[in-house]
Ligand binder design. Structure first.
Ligand SMILES: *[C@@H]1O[C@H](CO)[C@@H](O)[C@H](O)[C@H]1NC(C)=O
Ligand SMILES: *[C@@H]1O[C@H](CO)[C@@H](O)[C@H](O)[C@H]1NC(C)=O
Ligand SMILES: *[C@@H]1O[C@H](CO)[C@@H](O)[C@H](O)[C@H]1NC(C)=O
Ligand SMILES: *[C@@H]1O[C@H](CO)[C@@H](O)[C@H](O)[C@H]1NC(C)=O
Length: 355
C-alpha cells in the first residue's frame, strides 16, 4: 500500500510538473520530452516554455509575429523547428543564433519581407530552410550568409524580382533551389555561381524572358532545370550547351514560343546533345506567328524552315538564271561580233573586188 501510494505520488508529481513547469500551457510535451507540440495553441508571442531536451518544436499555426534575439537559448538541442503558418514579419538579428544542432527550419506561410545578415547567424548546420509563401522581393549576398551546410532552400511563392549576383555564393552544399512562382524577369551571369552541388533548380512560374548565355555555367551537378511557365519566346542554343553535366532534364512548356526557323534550328541542335533531355518537348506550343497560335511546335517544326528554304531556292534560281543569261548574252555577242567581223571582212573583200 505504501509502495503504491509512493508510485502514485511520483506519477502525479511528474505529470503535474511537466506541463506546468517545463511545458507551455496548450502545448503537448512527449516522447521523453523530445517533442514539444504547440500547433494551434493560440500563441502570439515567443518565448514559450519547452523542456530543454526538446529536439522537435512545433509552433505551426499560431499567431506569432516576431522572433526576438536569442529566443530559443534554452532549447539548444533543437533539430527541427516548425514555425509555418504564423504571422512572423520580423526576425531579429541572432533570432536563431544558438541553435547549433538545428537541421530543419520551416518559416513558410509567414509575412517575412526581408532577410538580414543576422537572420542566419549560427545556422551553419541547417540542412533545410522552408521560406515559401512569404513576402520576399529581393535576395542579395547577405540573405543566406551563414548557411554553409544548407541542402534544400524553398522560396516558392514569394514576390522575388531581383537576385543579386553572389546571393547563393556561400551555399556550396545546396542541392535543391526552389524559386518557382516568383516574379523574376531575367537571369544574369553570376546569379548561380558557386552552386556546384545543385541538382534541382526550379524556376517555373516566373516571368523570365531573357538569360545571359553563361548563367548556367556553374551548375555542374544539375539534373533538373525547370523553366516552364515563363515568358520565353525564344532561347539560345549556347545557354544550354554551357551546362556541363552527365545528364540534365530541361522543362520548357508553358512559354509563348515564337515558332520560326531559328527556333526550330535551336531545338534541332539541342536534341542532338546526348546529355540534355527535353522531357516536355512534345508539349511546347507556339504563341507566334498568329497562324500557328496554339499549335504544337513538334507538329510544325519540319515546316518552319520551308519558307526560308523556298526563299533561298528562289534567290538561288534567280542568280543562276541571271548568270546563265549573262553568259548566253555574252556568247551571243561574241558570236555576233565574230559573224560581224566575218561579214565585214567579206564586205571588205567584195568591196575590194568591186574595184
Ligand atoms: C500580424 O502582425 C501584424 C503586425 O506585424 C499585426 O498588425 C496584425 O494584427 C497581426 N495579425 C494577426 C491576425 O494577429
Ligand atoms: C516548397 O514549398 C511548397 C509550398 O509550400 C511546397 O508545396 C513544396 O512541397 C515545397 N518543396 C520542397 C521540395 O520542399
Ligand atoms: C503562388 O504563385 C502563383 C503565381 O504567382 C499564383 O498564381 C498562386 O495563386 C500563388 N499561390 C498561392 C497559394 O498564393
Ligand atoms: C504534357 O501535358 C500533359 C497535359 O497537360 C501532361 O499531362 C503531361 O504530364 C505533360 N508532359 C510533360 C512531360 O510534362
Amino acid at each position: 500500500m505504501r509502495e503504491f501510494m509512493f508510485v502514485l505520488l511520483l506519477v502525479t508529481e511528474s505529470t503535474c510538473r511537466s506541463p506546468s513547469k517545463m511545458c507551455e500551457p496548450g502545448c503537448d510535451c512527449r516522447g521523453d520530452l523530445k517533442f514539444t507540440i504547440c500547433s494551434r495553441a493560440h500563441l502570439t508571442k515567443l518565448p514559450i516554455r519547452a523542456p530543454p531536451s526538446t529536439e522537435l518544436l512545433d509552433l505551426s499555426n499560431n499567431l506569432i509575429s516576431a522572433v526576438p534575439k536569442h529566443v530559443f537559448s534554452s532549447n539548444r538541442k533543437l533539430r527541427v523547428l516548425l514555425l509555418q503558418n504564423n504571422n512572423i514579419s520580423t526576425v531579429e538579428d541572432g533570432g536563431f543564433s544558438q541553435l547549433e544542432f538545428l537541421q530543419k527550419l520551416d518559416l513558410s506561410w509567414n509575412q517575412i519581407s526581408a532577410l538580414t545578415e543576422g537572420f542566419s547567424i549560427g545556422l551553419a548546420f541547417l540542412r533545410e530552410l522552408q521560406l515559401s509563401h512569404n513576402l520576399l522581393t529581393s535576395l542579395d549576398s547577405r540573405s543566406f550568409l551563414h548557411l554553409d551546410g544548407l541542402q534544400r532552400l524553398n522560396l516558392t511563392n514569394n514576390s522575388i524580382q531581383t537576385i543579386q549576383v553572389r546571393s547563393f555564393a556561400y551555399m556550396s552544399s545546396l542541392r535543391q533551389l526552389h524559386l518557382q512562382d516568383n516574379q523574376l524577369t531575367s537571369l544574369r551571369s553570376g546569379t548561380f555561381s558557386m552552386l556546384r552541388s545543385l541538382e534541382v533548380l526550379n524556376l517555373a512560374g516566373n516571368q523570365i524572358n531573357e538569360m545571359d548565355l553563361a548563367v548556367f555555367n556553374p551548375l555542374t551537378s544539375v539534373t533538373l532545370l525547370n523553366l516552364a511557365d515563363n515568358q520565353f519566346s525564344t532561347v539560345f542554343f549556347k545557354t544550354f550547351l554551357n551546362i556541363h553535366t552527365y545528364s540534365t532534364h530541361i522543362l520548357l512548356q508553358g512559354n509563348p514560343w515564337n515558332c520560326d526557323c531559328e527556333l526550330q534550328r535551336v531545338f534541332r541542335k539541342l536534341h542532338s546533345i546526348q546529355r540534355l533531355f527535353l522531357d516536355d518537348y512534345y508539349n511546347l506550343t507556339c504563341w507566334d506567328p498568329p497562324v500557328l497560335h496554339n499549335h504544337r511546335l513538334m507538329e510544325v517544326d519540319s515546316e518552319l524552315c520551308i519558307a526560308e528554304t523556298v526563299t533561298v531556292l528562289i534567290i538561288t534560281i534567280t542568280v543562276v538564271i541571271t548568270v546563265l543569261a549573262a553568259m548566253l548574252m555574252g556568247e551571243r555577242k561574241k558570236k555576233k561580233r565574230r559573224n560581224g567581223l566575218h561579214w565585214t571582212q567579206q564586205r571588205e573583200f567584195s568591196d575590194d573586188s568591186d574595184f
